[in-house]
Design a protein around this ligand. Structure first.
Ligand SMILES: *Cc1c(COP(=O)(O)O)cnc(C)c1O
Length: 335
């Protein structure tokens, strides 16, 4: 199957599995796993933060990030279409007693400063305490403009807010903008990173921030059940991805661009956006279900019902892109 539903579908390569199998392990809840410790130290160094903490998922890493910044009755300002608002089951409210204050994302994924400003509440017991600004990079595949990130985080800080970045795909942002991870992380107090997307691990996310922040996060991670034992097998996969997979993301971006160009030439498809490894398309309603069936019949999986999005990743090669374009073209020809 050519699976373009998400970059989460990547499978670990034999070399990654080998790294996992040969990892030295210990009980990480006791702080005893040498592979986890080395990975966290390394990740902190390359993101320019004091400390890092391994998580089983990005949802949990974001949740714990929010809980380490905010207390019960606090709120975080977040984009209407952000993962930390829309796609995490309301976890901050459910488990953290933290209220989201969503505001509309601009088309480039940013949250306009005047809207952030208007959303910050006065210190008054009628209101939740506005504590945190959270941004996402990449968002819908788009790299947040660097100037914007600097302005927004400086503004948040000037109003007494902390800042958190959902950097599930920050590796894609770094490769696409030729910025270092450190440059992209420096404006934020904390960043959540995912290795199970385009980086290709079977599991693994991480939170980075100050020593004091990560100590609070370690407590909340335990509370939500994220303390893992011989987690070195996961850290080994994440370290392997850092060492061997990050540069490959450039190929995903090139293939996504070629896919978008090819699709744009088809009569029934409109490209609504393409950035890094994602292609968003608009297809007339009457074609959505039959096209899905047609593609599946030709060994291609695309999520057309929820997000009309095609995601390129390391298990997709040039021949796969050719095949997708051929099969799509054939569908519209037989109409
Ligand atoms: C995938 C993703 C996450 C975390 O998802 P998990 O599946 O829980 O690892 C967080 N934020 C964004 C933007 C994501 O795409």
């Amino acid at each position: 199957m050519i699976d373009l539903r998400s970059d989460t579908v990547t499978r670990p390569s034999p070399a990654m599995l080998e790294a996992m199998m040969s990892a030295q392990v210990g009980d990480d809840v006791w702080g005893d796993d040498p592979t986890v410790n080395a990975f966290q130290k390394n990740l902190a160094a390359i993101t320019g933060k004091q400390a890092a903490l391994l998580f089983p998922s990005g949802t949990q890493s974001n949740l714990v990030g929010l809980m380490a910044h905010c207390e019960r009755g606090d709120e975080y300002i977040v984009g209407q279409s952000a993962h930390t608002y829309r796609y995490e089951g309301g976890g901050a409210a459910v488990l953290g007693s933290i209220q989201p204050q969503p505001i509309e994302n601009a088309s480039d994924g940013s949250l306009p400063l005047e809207k952030i400003s208007a959303a910050i509440k006065a210190d008054d017991f009628h209101f939740a305490r506005t504590r945190l600004l959270t941004l996402e990079n990449t968002i819908g595949g788009k790299v947040l403009p660097e100037d914007y990130v600097r302005q927004a985080t400086e503004f948040a800080r000037s109003r007494g807010l902390s800042t958190h970045l959902d950097g599930a795909r920050l590796f894609n942002a770094a490769v696409a903008s030729q910025a270092s991870l450190e440059q992209l992380c420096t404006p934020f107090d904390s960043v959540s990173l995912c290795f199970s997307k385009g980086m290709g691990t079977p599991i693994g996310s991480a939170l980075v921030g100050s020593q004091a922040f990560i100590e609070r996060a370690r407590r909340w991670r335990k509370v939500v059940g994220g303390g893992m034992r011989q987690a070195g097998i996961i850290a080994a996969a994440c370290q392997y991805a850092l060492d061997h997979h990050m540069d490959d993301l450039a190929k995903d971006h090139q293939r996504a661009t070629r896919l978008a160009q090819g699709l744009a030439a088809l009569p029934g498809v409109e490209i609504t956006s393409q950035a890094t490894n994602m292609v968003f398309v608009s297809i007339p309603d009457e074609h959505v279900a039959p096209l899905s069936t047609w593609l599946k019949g030709h060994g291609i999986l695309i999520e057309l019902l929820y997000a009309t999005r095609l995601v390129v990743h390391r298990d997709i090669d040039d021949a796969d892109i050719d095949k997708v374009l051929e099969v799509m073209e054939a569908y519209f020809k037989q109409q």
